[in-house]
Design a protein around this ligand. Structure first.
Ligand SMILES: [Zn+2]
Length: 112
């Protein structure tokens, strides 16, 4: 699994719906061009409580954030595992929207 850089954010707008993002990940990615040169880059992936709530793996991330607030190292490692799982999960499944909204609201409420 590539290294992920995860930051909690509370002031970035979602580019899809303009809601406030809960969490942003900087995800390294690379591909090999036809001439064999490897192109490396980093893209930023925002987790939006409105747009990403269909993905249960992403919802698990929101719930984790809501539970831990400001993370210590152990919480960050657990979060990273959840993010890795989210990145590898397939299609979105049914969601519990109430739970997500509660988790996101709790996160906002408990974040200074
Ligand atoms: Zn959004």
């Amino acid at each position: 699994m590539p290294d992920l850089e995860i930051s909690y954010v509370d002031d970035l707008p979602c580019h899809r719906c303009a809601a406030t993002l809960v969490c942003a990940m900087r995800v390294p990615h690379s591909f090999v061009r036809a001439d064999g040169f490897e192109v490396r880059g980093v893209r930023t992936v925002g987790l939006c409580p409105m747009c990403d709530n269909e993905n249960p793996a992403v919802r698990a991330i929101f719930e984790h954030i809501a539970r831990h607030g400001e993370p210590d190292r152990a919480a960050m490692l657990e979060l990273a595992a959840l993010v890795g799982e989210a990145a590898m999960r397939g299609l979105p499944e049914a969601l519990d929207e109430e739970l997500l909204r509660a988790a996101a609201a709790e996160f906002v409420r408990t974040t200074p």
